[in-house]
Design a protein around this ligand. Sequence first.
Ligand code: NAD
Length: 307
Amino acid sequence: MPKIILTDKLNEKVVKILEKAGFEVKIAWDIPKEDLPKIIGEYDAIIVRSDTKVRGDLFDKAINLKVIGRAGVGLDNIDMETALARNIKVVNTPAATTNSVAELALTMVLSSTRDVVKGTCEIKSDPSRFKSMKKELFSSEIDGKTLGLIGTGRIGTSLAVKCKALGMKAIGYDAYVAENPVVEMKLSVDDVLKEADYISLHLPLNKETQHMIGRDVISKMKKGAVLINCARGGIVDEHAAHDALESGHLGYYCTDVFENEPPSSDNPLLHHENVIISPHIGAQTKEGNMRASIQAAERVVEAFKEL
Ligand code: NAD
């Protein structure tokens, strides 16, 4: 009977799926991560979310490991080179949290438009500002505005569907995909920037995209545009974004991610009123977690059948 260890919190249904498929399951999400190398050697498979780092000492001690399941998309917490070299299969669940991330990006579209965070902070700190804030926070509607996507894969497309249902136009650029059933595709990033009121990033972080959204790109956005980053921190040059907020060229920077997480307290973005922040929670929903957990378990079972 193959033995599998679950080292990050997953939906309980996973246990049933794995046991039904003949696995002996060890729930280890309450075990301190530093203790995992002591026990990992017994296991044929592991399922992680993002907290467990399958690399270094943990990987060295995982002498029986054959399959790694990642409940989620990013594989940055797994040493893929070692996995490949040791012929260990790695399976993930790229589509499980698509809707969760797209809904967070939609939240950023709406809350920047109506200055919800600014209103909340001001009124909580000084309730007497209620009436003056009512005048100050005179905003606009998203109906009729243009969403510009950089990266029109799963999440970008899901956001486009939602925004179009709310009356927006969706345009986009993707370096590798020329057509999309719901997004009007443009030939360059610049073509998106000159038209979009909201620019939402939905592409991976890699050498090509590191600091892709820098001073030059931001300067080509419409004055007052909203930049949304629910992808990865390093894609946006945070200093360039801050300077553009200061000059008023950028209306809002809404971000779920930072180049360094947690951001340092002197990161100027933390102190700008036109920055909306969430703490890398794009995929963190009950529904997304359930789908990711179940799909990860199913993929691990499939991967074992193919061994
Ligand atoms: P996806 O692979 O379906 O789509 C990514 C798209 O980006 C692809 O169509 C690809 O062709 C395009 N792309 C790649 N390089 C590009 C470039 N240089 N310029 C323009 N387009 C480029 O991925 P997805 O599921 O839509 O996820 C998008 C990103 O969201 C992921 O890479 C990940 O970094 C991020 N993400 C964040 C969270 C979160 O918690 N905030 C959760 C899940 C995913």
